[in-house]
Design a protein around this ligand. Structure first.
Ligand code: ADP
Length: 335
């Protein structure tokens, strides 16, 4: 789906994988969640049991998948990766759960998109490590109980509000990932640039950090574009701040990191809907995107920087958004 924040092809995905920190100690930022996970893992280790089920919530690219891998690695357990959209029937989940080896860590990305029927099966599985499999149809249908190997579920969601309460309640712990501040992003960039073999002065790293929307995945992605630019235009393997700016301009990343879709949403809200309030679905249709993408990928950062407000009557543009677009806010204009 062409969004510059998301990985677009296999090669990019492979690089993203290679840049993942492998332990909690290497994981940058998020001190709160890191501390919470550390305790959870330590307690499980002392009692020699599987760690509790973990739910990780937050916008895309903040490290949920990475943390799931770290949980498996640090507790020395195998990891199975799946996702909500891949579990469209209870049968899909039954097949997955019944094939887990004892202690395995099961990661379900976008768990809010799992089928309803599977959700109900998951409640029992999480609580009692047991499922009931329905066999046959109509009057002859029976359910066969099946014991499962104990496992640790790590669920990830961009929208914990969408999870039904019974599911949310069955996680021993929910970690809320926050956007990263610039100094943490600079550390991410320093680490990744070493791995990619690009050298950069501190001001160049800070410039990439400023334009990364608080998101390590975007920082790594922009870094790769800067590396490309430096390869073609720069001095051997090093990128200056001027090259960083030129590269990011080429890819439509503005000085505070907003990309085309972010700006389209703001522009539409301000010009076409006079700053709102306007409903999410109307806004999404007007920019030609899915409502879910606008809500979980675009809006959280715009809210966090104070450009967009979510009100019961709809989305509204804040004065800072007008300023960024070079326009006058109607209320201040009226004064
Ligand atoms: P999510 O699952 O939340 O969408 P990922 O775990 O896939 O995000 O992370 C996206 C990319 O960002 C990965 O390549 C990973 O290397 C990098 N990343 C995420 N969080 C961190 C972090 N705290 N420190 C270093 N790199 C990180």
């Amino acid at each position: 789906e062409g969004r510059s924040a998301e990985p677009i092809d296999e090669a990019e995905l492979a690089i993203e994988g290679a840049l993942r920190p492998g332990s909690l100690g290497e994981f940058i930022g998020q001190p709160k969640v890191r501390g919470q996970l550390q305790l959870l893992l330590d307690a499980a280790r002392i009692q020699n049991r599987s760690p509790d089920h973990i739910l990780l919530a937050g916008p895309p690219g903040l490290g949920k998948t990475t943390l799931a891998m770290i949980v498996a690695h640090e507790s020395e357990r195998p990891l199975r990766l799946s996702s909500g959209p891949a579990i469209q029937h209870a049968g899909d989940l039954a097949a997955l759960l019944s094939s887990l080896v004892p202690g395995e860590v099961l990661f379900i990305d976008e768990i809010h998109r799992m089928a309803r029927s599977a959700e109900e099966m998951l409640y029992l599985a999480m609580e009692d490590f047991r499922i009931d499999i329905m066999v046959g149809k109509g009057a002859g249908a029976t359910s066969i109980p099946l014991d499962l190997a104990p496992f640790t579920l790590v669920g990830a969601t961009t929208r914990s509000g969408l999870l039904p309460n019974p599911l949310r309640d069955r996680f021993g712990f929910t970690g809320h990932l926050e956007f990263y501040d610039d100094s943490d992003l600079e550390k991410v960039i320093l680490r990744s640039s070493g791995m990619l073999g690009v050298s950069m002065p501190g001001d160049a790293r800070a410039e990439i950090a400023r334009r990364s929307r608080g998101t390590p995945r975007i920082a790594n992605r922009l870094l790769r574009r800067v590396r490309d630019y430096a390869l073609v235009h720069g001095e051997h393997g090093s990128a200056s701040i001027a090259e960083v700016r030129a590269a990011l301009e080429l890819y439509d990343v503005d000085p505070i990191g907003l990309d085309r879709l972010d700006r389209a949403v703001l522009d539409t809200l301000v010009r076409r809907f006079r700053g709102g309030p306007v409903g999410l679905s109307t806004l999404a249709v007007a920019v030609g995107e899915e409502a879910e993408t606008v809500e979980s990928v675009v809006e959280p950062f715009l809210v966090r920087i104070g450009f967009l407000g979510r009100t019961p009557r709809g989305r509204v543009a804040m004065p800072e958004a007008y300023e960024h677009l070079g326009l006058q806010h109607p209320e201040t204009a009226a004064l």
